[in-house]
Ligand binder design. Structure first.
Ligand code: SF4
Ligand code: SF4
Length: 372
């Protein structure tokens, strides 16, 4: 297993981290402990030392699972745990304190290696700061209850840089993959973090699985180089080739995925110039697909039906790029059926506000019909 050192923190981790947000489950949706335990043991035996969870994963069961099968069964200093505070859900510091107590109890540990503010935007960061959350985290670190103060984010590079200008977070967990390198301008944030030697934890290296399922001529350039290599492997090798990346998270759901990922990272092969060019060619093919030019500005937030317009367009664009109709169908439940496209009454209030002149009511009708 390849390892990387977080130079500023003096910590060496496995390059592959086990994300515990999509653990194996039983038919009733609960975590399959027997299968999960075998995965955790196999991961440790094969050099994985970084385990990522959050208060909210698996409805809170993910932390409990790690407490039972990892912390209570394996030497605590033989691995590191990252867990996250969903600060956006809380209104007071007291609620945050309770969440930390819950996490420590569930994890059966007296300390957390990396404590992250979960999925913060610049706005959420300012709110957390106003609630006293950052001062509290500094106190926790001084007491040794948390070892490092970190955050995860999906915000724009400009906003993440503003966050880092205001508080010295010790690492940044960001969405990074070969498509978002250009599409979400991840390369700008990567360059900033690399220049300032802020360790990078990568989430979504295969873009929620979408980069694994691309079909047809879009991926010809990669198939021509190695017809047997999985698309997931290409995506993982792209992020592993970035030297400022410390850990690459993969949310693994079964032993087969775990074994395949461990094989990929033991050790991971650097990309050749030709392979870089092939990945860039695939990216260009995907980016050439015409999509709805929604920028997520939210000016259409005047909808009397509170339709989740930008979120729906994000998922519809993924459908256009990757052809995953089931993913779009799932989006209805994941976003909120009460705010889905089929609730649009065609009033046109949103259309008048949209700076991109998108025919929103027409598209809502089309998406509603498509999903059925
Ligand atoms: S046209 Fe549909 S989406 Fe637009 S404001 Fe009216 S109800 Fe909302
Ligand atoms: S106003 Fe237009 S561009 Fe902005 S979020 Fe709404 S649909 Fe997208």
């Amino acid at each position: 297993m390849d390892t990387r050192i977080m130079k500023k923190l003096g910590i060496t981790n496995s390059l592959l981290g086990l994300g515990c947000m999509r653990l194996p489950t039983l038919s009733d949706g609960s975590i399959d402990y027997e299968h999960g335990q075998r995965m955790i043991d196999y991961a440790l035996e094969h050099g994985i030392t970084y385990f990522d969870t959050a208060l909210v994963y698996h409805g809170g069961e993910s932390e409990t699972f790690l407490g039972k099968v990892l912390c209570s069964r394996h030497k605590r200093d033989s691995y590191t745990i990252a867990t996250k505070l969903p600060v956006g859900r809380f209104n007071t510091l007291e609620e945050c304190k309770e969440a930390l107590e819950t996490a420590l109890n569930r994890l059966q540990t007296s300390y957390i290696d990396f404590y992250l503010l979960h999925g913060i935007s610049y706005e959420a960061f300012k709110r957390a700061k106003g609630m006293g959350v950052l001062d509290w985290m500094v106190e926790l670190k001084a007491k040794g209850i948390i070892k490092h103060i970190c955050f995860s984010t999906h915000d724009t590079p400009a906003n993440v840089i503003k966050i880092l200008d205001e508080f010295p977070f010790e690492f940044c967990q960001m969405q990074l993959n070969y498509l978002d390198w250009e599409m979400q301008d991840a390369k700008t944030l990567y360059a900033y973090l690399a220049e300032h030697e802020i360790p990078i934890i990568v989430m979504e290296p295969v873009r929620g699985g979408r980069l694994m399922t691309i079909e047809g001529p879009k991926v010809d350039a990669l198939k021509a180089l190695d017809p047997s290599a999985s698309l997931a492997k290409w995506a993982l090798r792209f992020v592993a080739d970035l030297p400022a990346v410390s850990v690459i998270l993969s949310g693994m759901s079964n032993m087969e995925q775990l074994k395949e990922n461990i094989e990929t990272f033991s050790p991971i092969a650097p990309l050749t110039k030709e392979e870089h060019e092939a990945i860039a060619a695939v990216r260009e093919e995907i980016l050439a697909v015409p999509v709805v030019p929604c920028t997520g500005c939210n000016y259409c937030d005047v909808c009397p039906q509170q339709i989740a317009i930008p979120d729906i367009f994000t998922r519809y664009n993924d459908y256009l790029r990757f052809g995953d109709l089931n993913g779009l169908k799932r989006a209805k439940q994941q976003i909120d059926p009460a705010r889905w496209a089929d609730q649009c009454i065609g009033c046109g209030a949103c259309k008048a506000e949209c700076p991109q002149h998108i025919d929103i009511p027409e598209l809502m009708k089309k998406i509603a019909e498509l999903v059925g």
